[in-house]
Design a protein around this ligand. Sequence first.
Ligand SMILES: *[C@@H]1O[C@H](CO)[C@@H](O)[C@H](O)[C@H]1NC(C)=O
Ligand SMILES: *[C@@H]1O[C@H](CO)[C@@H](O)[C@H](O)[C@H]1NC(C)=O
Ligand SMILES: *[C@@H]1O[C@H](CO)[C@@H](O)[C@H](O)[C@H]1NC(C)=O
Ligand SMILES: *[C@@H]1O[C@H](CO)[C@@H](O)[C@H](O)[C@H]1NC(C)=O
Ligand SMILES: *[C@@H]1O[C@H](CO)[C@@H](O)[C@H](O)[C@H]1NC(C)=O
Ligand SMILES: *[C@@H]1O[C@H](CO)[C@@H](O)[C@H](O)[C@H]1NC(C)=O
Ligand SMILES: *[C@@H]1O[C@H](CO)[C@@H](O)[C@H](O)[C@H]1NC(C)=O
Ligand SMILES: *[C@@H]1O[C@H](CO)[C@@H](O)[C@H](O)[C@H]1NC(C)=O
Ligand SMILES: *[C@@H]1O[C@H](CO)[C@@H](O)[C@H](O)[C@H]1NC(C)=O
Ligand SMILES: *[C@@H]1O[C@H](CO)[C@@H](O)[C@H](O)[C@H]1NC(C)=O
Ligand SMILES: *[C@@H]1O[C@H](CO)[C@@H](O)[C@H](O)[C@H]1NC(C)=O
Length: 510
Amino acid sequence: MLLKTILPTALAAGLAVAAPAPQATPSHDAGEVAGYTNADAPFGDSTVPPLSNTPTSFGLDSQISAIQTAAPSPGEPGAADTLRSDAPLTGPTSHGPYSGTATTTGAVSNSPTAATIPALPPNPTATYYNTNGALQHVQPAPYTPYGGLGTNGTEPRYMVNSDFDYESIQLGLYQEWIELDLFNNGLAIFSEEDFLAAGLTAEDRSLIGFMAQQEEGHATLLSNMLGETAAPQCTYNYPFTTVREFVDFNQILTRYGESGVWGFINHLDSREVGQLLAQSIATEARQQMAFRQMSGLHPMPVWFETGIPQSWAWTFLAPYISSCPENTTRLAWQNFPALHVANQANINRISPNDTANWERVGNRTADPAISTLPQNASCLNTNETGYGCRPAISRNRSEPLSFAGKRVDLLWDAPGSPVGPNNSYVTSTAAGAPAFVAWVAQLNLTYTPLTTTGPNTGYTYQPAGEVYQSKGAVNDTMFIALTDTDIYLTPFNLSMINPHVAALGIYQAG
Ligand SMILES: *[C@@H]1O[C@H](CO)[C@@H](O)[C@H](O)[C@H]1NC(C)=O
Ligand SMILES: *[C@@H]1O[C@H](CO)[C@@H](O)[C@H](O)[C@H]1NC(C)=O
Ligand SMILES: *[C@@H]1O[C@H](CO)[C@@H](O)[C@H](O)[C@H]1NC(C)=O
Ligand SMILES: *[C@@H]1O[C@H](CO)[C@@H](O)[C@H](O)[C@H]1NC(C)=O
Ligand SMILES: *[C@@H]1O[C@H](CO)[C@@H](O)[C@H](O)[C@H]1NC(C)=O
Ligand SMILES: *[C@@H]1O[C@H](CO)[C@@H](O)[C@H](O)[C@H]1NC(C)=O
Ligand SMILES: *[C@@H]1O[C@H](CO)[C@@H](O)[C@H](O)[C@H]1NC(C)=O
Ligand SMILES: *[C@@H]1O[C@H](CO)[C@@H](O)[C@H](O)[C@H]1NC(C)=O
Ligand SMILES: *[C@@H]1O[C@H](CO)[C@@H](O)[C@H](O)[C@H]1NC(C)=O
Ligand SMILES: *[C@@H]1O[C@H](CO)[C@@H](O)[C@H](O)[C@H]1NC(C)=O
Ligand SMILES: *[C@@H]1O[C@H](CO)[C@@H](O)[C@H](O)[C@H]1NC(C)=O
């Protein structure tokens, strides 16, 4: 099998960095480090005394030193800003598909100056390299090394500062709004018993409710950085029918939400906006991990969280927005045709190898796996280590969801389908005939050749390439695209792939 692999490198800027001397290959999985074999810390006494005196009283506690205090009321100094939406369950609560006809169609556009962005040589000013560990420039103040952006005392302005910023944060806002509705919706339509059957307790429900409240804060923050044209909450159309499918959908949705932000955050013109956005996406990343844990998946089976272009995040998100209110600000991003993985691994199976074709609840690319399996095939019904997948801090699948060399059967849509709010966007591609599958995971973009087997169908094999020696790059819930070329790109110029993308999908690896 020929795998065409493109190797991005951290040394792309042409820097010569001495590689550490190779060592006798230790097993990173076992955490083995020379000198620490058979560790048995004498201070870590492992004998656990039998329980004989457990807590029985949970009433009033010791009284400790304290004062009466309260948050300042509106109008008083130090009072907090209002939330844009402070009523979790009173937003749009109707759900389902949109059946009307769009009055406006297509992405926001004016008169593009060229069809693609041409590649340029490295920025001539990007030359800093420190060989002696000393300060290379005079310090502007004590304890203050020269350099940095937004460090010269200028007053911060927490507002988007270009069309790029505006469209990126507007997209982020669309994502925050669906999360606010989605997390509340799952709590509203599934009972405590439904959650318990999926191994999730009342405390887990409270956590999901708290995550919805986090979205109220995130939506408010992003709205404030946009101004009066910030998009409002829309009406959504969800694919799940069980709690298990709900948390699976959430781990996929928050994955592209998080990765969508990593893709653009360092390209923002406004560093101030980037600062606050980073502080919200750090929370979203925790949500993503918690939903993986609720799905009985390994919480973070990668070394690096990947970034994707905005048009990718919008492609994944748009099919779940059925309609938006009149005058909702429209987006400039592209909607790519859907790339379907026919034999996508089912996270609910004891044996992912046994997954049948099309074991998804629907055919939107971010749809969850079907959870209603025969009882003896569902990993929810066993606690056997390596096989069980009930919610846990961590799970370790003896039989991986997918693996290097797995044949991946693909089917893709033609462009031209209506999608997104009020069916008012249209899928499109500027690519020629697809020839490669691009795998975007961790720091990596790896291509494998596509074998076409018929109109809009074909297959490839999961690549084996590593991030750094020892860890395969492909793991986690990640992203695949059909492309017409194997153009070399790295995390900071990945969006240059867009003119070459014929279809876009999600791949459920480990
Ligand atoms: C301060 O830094 C900003 C960029 O962060 C720059 O645009 C501005 O010109 C600088 N101001 C001064 C007074 O150097
Ligand atoms: C989308 O459809 C909804 C429901 O029919 C309608 O109220 C709304 O005005 C439409 N939005 C746009 C932007 O046309
Ligand atoms: C939509 O915008 C138009 C033009 O600004 C305005 O006349 C109309 O009242 C707005 N509709 C809503 C529902 O805000
Ligand atoms: C899953 O399929 C792969 C490839 O054929 C095989 O190597 C592996 O043993 C299978 N897993 C199990 C648990 O049978
Ligand atoms: C998804 O598409 C495939 C191929 O067209 C089809 O076989 C399958 O039934 C579809 N799944 C659903 C849930 O509609
Ligand atoms: C599960 O149960 C069905 C019906 O009893 C049986 O045919 C099948 O072989 C069982 N599968 C396994 C993996 O035990
Ligand atoms: C697995 O463990 C959970 C929690 O301890 C328990 O509720 C469940 O019944 C167990 N499942 C099986 C199949 O033993
Ligand atoms: C976890 O999985 C890895 C890889 O499959 C295996 O080597 C290791 O023994 C497993 N650990 C446990 C506790 O099952
Ligand atoms: C993954 O990215 C790292 C860091 O840029 C690079 O060293 C490695 O060669 C890449 N691996 C593959 C398979 O592309
Ligand atoms: C992939 O993730 C699984 C957990 O789902 C982990 O056990 C395995 O080590 C990871 N593989 C690689 C190559 O990182
Ligand atoms: C993307 O960046 C890498 C350096 O990280 C560079 O080698 C490559 O040529 C760039 N790709 C394009 C299309 O500019």
